[in-house]
Write a protein that binds this ligand. Sequence first.
Ligand code: AMP
Length: 427
Amino acid sequence: MQPPRGTRDFGPNEMAQRRRLEALWRDEFRRYNYREIQTPTFEEIELFLAKSGPGIRDEIYDFKDKSGRELALRPELTAPSMRFYFADLKMEPKPLRLFYFGPCYRYDRPQAGRYREFWQMGCELIGDNSPEAHAELLFLALRLFEKADLKDVKLRVGHLGFLRGWLKRLGYATSAEQSPLMRLIDKKELEKLKAALEPVARSKPDDVRNFFELFTIESFEQIKLLAGDAESQGAIAHLVRVRDVLASFGADLSKVRLDPTIARGLEYYTGLVFELDAPQLGAEKQLLGGGAYDLSAVFGQPPVDAVGFAAGFDRTLIALEKHGHPMAGSDALDVIVAPIDPAAQVAAVRAASLLRAAGRSVELEPRPVAVRKVLARATGLKARVAVFLGSKELERGVYAVKDLASGAQTEVSEAALADEIRRLVGH
Ligand code: AMP
């Protein structure tokens, strides 16, 4: 029987790689004083409907429990984090930096890099909407991939104030009028967008032409020439400041480019928006997405500025594989310890215990076993060292230690055992 469509089993080797990336990222969040939270895997469906609208129902796993509660497996972690914030954390000193790591579920059509169960690590910075804070957050996003040694990434940064300013200039003043257009922009459906703007193009041909120019702009200098109203000028000033502060962090600006057309269709986004891609991944190349947002209305609370991102954990591992340097991580065994003679059993247990206390991974043969069998099992387990103990060794109070890489065998006293294993394993 296979796991359900869009889900995966992870074997020991893959788990070692996953845990390694998890540890690297976790450590990076800690360095920026993000503190971890955990929320339930399922929530009241209302949370996601209120955040993303009724359409989200088709994209998520929803179900009724035995008491008739309408629940959903979480498709993302920002709404749960902010639910938690408004319920219990809002008295915490601000700015508040939180991070999370956990599985998310979406009723997507599975394909390479797209699953129904996948993991996100992400963060929310609550209570600071300054370009300086945004720059640090973006720097952290870049650092995650640098830490993982994934060099070929592109961070595209935009600002909704810019697009909204332009749409206003074209005559779409309210967010209700702007939303359908923002969705087309988000999906880069330029033909449909052209059709939708057809009536405006007749009265304001220059403005519409300039608007489509936005889709070709990559540099901050170019965009200044296309600034529309005060809102879009403010957006440009914000982005320029973000870029300058990013530079002061030492960010590699060749990985950062302006993309004024990132729209992220939903209304709760307030300004900065960004996406990070691994271009070589093809269709599912987006590794991270985020932006500044305000979800207070969902919870009937006064406005609170927040900014955050979610990094796709599974896709990052795929990108590393494609780059030819998969995440190092090893489930290899350090030592196999075996009694060869029934009389040696107690001493074998003692050796295993002292090596475990020294931090080694140890497999202990629970019953006496022939040397040939120990070695065959050690090969199967890819153990680094075999330690065995027969009546001869027992008499002399030593252990036979075999380096399985070189085949060399020595005799070592119990007192010297842990040091000898450290020498052979190399750390
Ligand atoms: P989003 O919450 O849609 O902005 O997603 C954030 C990140 O999660 C994306 O950039 C992807 O790397 C990852 N992601 C989203 N959906 C999936 C999926 N179905 N399977 C694997 N990764 C995903």
